[in-house]
Design a protein around this ligand. Structure first.
Ligand code: HEM
Length: 400
């Protein structure tokens, strides 16, 4: 393996090196020291048609935080908060201190692909008197029969997603935003996640999850012709302020790893319908070969089982329902029952959750082969507006 962050080894989950746009190699100016490795210098722009943190590869560290507006806070306080958060996020994503009171935690680090993404939950519109601007796409997700949701770790007026390829950079951004919330909003829940570090593997294919599977293969690619239509809200919709935005479904999905790890490899592969080693479909080829869903084995049964997770969730099986999955893994130690409190901070992005997540989860909820090994423990849905134009703060087109 090359050095950490060697170019080309960035483990891109989403294919194109979108997140590496505008690399600025910092660090060799002041003390004449060496330039930062690619991992440190990779910088994602704060402004643009879409917010950052959607199409860029998921970083090594992630924090998902929901806030509720404080009692008595309304639209005025929300405007001031989004202004403060935007004013902090822009320099942070550029690898610069967030004002004179910066804590210095990320002082000698580059941007490390930091992205900060902001969203609004359905309750935000009640709190700010903006019910007329609440998109229909934010209607509550249906109750699924297998849900075991903790309301305290679900929902929220506001959502912040932080991702960076360095743990200190991610913490620094998270802490800065929490502090900037001031008296206007309080943390409702926080979840911390991770992915493989750039440079950790000589095979920079799709990431693995904590079950050991290659996860993300079937994702739409930013270069696919229909990608934008599936993921981003097109102009001309009922809520013009959401143009260029997207809807994020967030589910904390516990993996029942003790049970999963007892399965033989062959059975684990049948649960998904793909090989564990390289993610290829059980019908053969490589990770990127199309699965042959009709192929029968010598026993006359489908080679990819009828209840295999990847068969049931595939767009072709769901009237084209498409979402961009961009999860983080999480591990919060051992639960009271002695099993690992670990799994997936499942985040998926789509132009309309009623046409992406909902139909697919309805079908999975009827009991795909993966269901006995996972448990949905919390749920949230956020409207993530388009990226800020020059001079704008995030959410300005909604709030003003
Ligand atoms: C595919 C794992 C939950 C939707 C896959 C694959 C794996 C996987 C290993 C095959 C590789 C790939 O295409 O990415 C998991 C695990 C989950 C989980 C471990 C929970 C802990 C969900 C949920 C949804 C979902 C909740 C949506 C409701 C999909 C979709 C595909 C997929 C759309 C791609 C299917 C295709 O295009 O072939 N998942 N998944 N998954 N999963 Fe999941």
């Amino acid at each position: 393996l090359g050095t950490v962050g060697a170019a080309g080894a960035t483990g891109l989950a989403l294919g194109a090196a979108g997140g590496a746009a505008g690399h600025a190699v910092l660090g060799d100016g002041d003390g004449g020291g060496p330039a930062l490795a690619t991992v440190g210098s990779a910088r994602v722009p704060f402004r643009g048609a879409h917010q950052a943190g959607i199409v860029q590869p998921a970083q090594a560290r992630g924090h998902l935080v929901a806030f509720d507006l404080a009692p008595g806070a309304g639209r005025k306080e929300a405007v001031a908060l989004m202004r403060r958060w935007s004013a902090a996020a822009e320099p942070l994503m550029a690898g610069e201190p967030a004002g004179s009171a910066d804590s210095g935690v990320a002082g000698d680090a580059g941007p490390c692909s930091l992205t900060i993404t902001f969203g609004f939950g359905a309750s935000f519109f009640d709190r700010t008197g903006l019910v007329a601007r609440r998109p229909q796409q934010l209607e509550p997700l249906p109750v699924f029969s297998s849900d075991q949701l903790d309301p305290k770790r679900s929902g929220g007026d506001l959502w912040v997603q932080v991702g960076a390829d360095d743990a200190l950079v991610a913490f620094h951004a998270l802490r800065t935003l929490q502090r900037e919330a001031g008296a206007a909003a309080r943390v409702r829940w926080q979840m911390n996640g991770f992915n493989r570090s750039p440079g950790a593997t000589a095979h920079p294919r799709t990431a693995r999850n904590l079950m050991g599977q290659i996860d993300g293969t079937g994702n739409p690619k930013p270069t696919d012709p229909g990608f934008d239509g599936h993921v981003f809200v097109a102009p001309g919709g009922a809520q013009p302020w959401m143009t260029g935005g997207s809807y994020a479904v967030v589910r904390r999905i516990r993996m029942l790893l003790d049970d999963w790890e007892k399965l033989r490899l062959k059975d684990q592969e049948a649960v998904i319908g793909r090989r564990k080693s390289d993610g290829a479909p059980l019908t053969g080829g490589t990770e990127t070969t199309e699965p042959d869903l009709d192929k029968l084995g010598p026993d006359d049964r489908p080679v990819i089982p009828a209840d295999a997770h990847a068969r049931i969730s595939a767009p072709e099986q769901n009237g084209g329902a498409t979402m961009l999955r961009r999860p983080f893994s999480y591990h919060d130690g051992i639960g009271p029952d002695g099993t690992p409190d670990a799994g997936l901070l499942f985040v998926c992005w789509q132009a309309d959750p009623r046409k992406g997540f909902v139909p697919v989860q309805r079908k999975l909820d009827r009991g795909d082969a993966l269901s006995p090994f996972i448990r949905h423990e919390s749920s949230a849905l956020f409207a993530v507006p388009g990226g800020p134009a020059d001079g704008e703060y995030v959410g300005q087109r909604l709030l003003e």
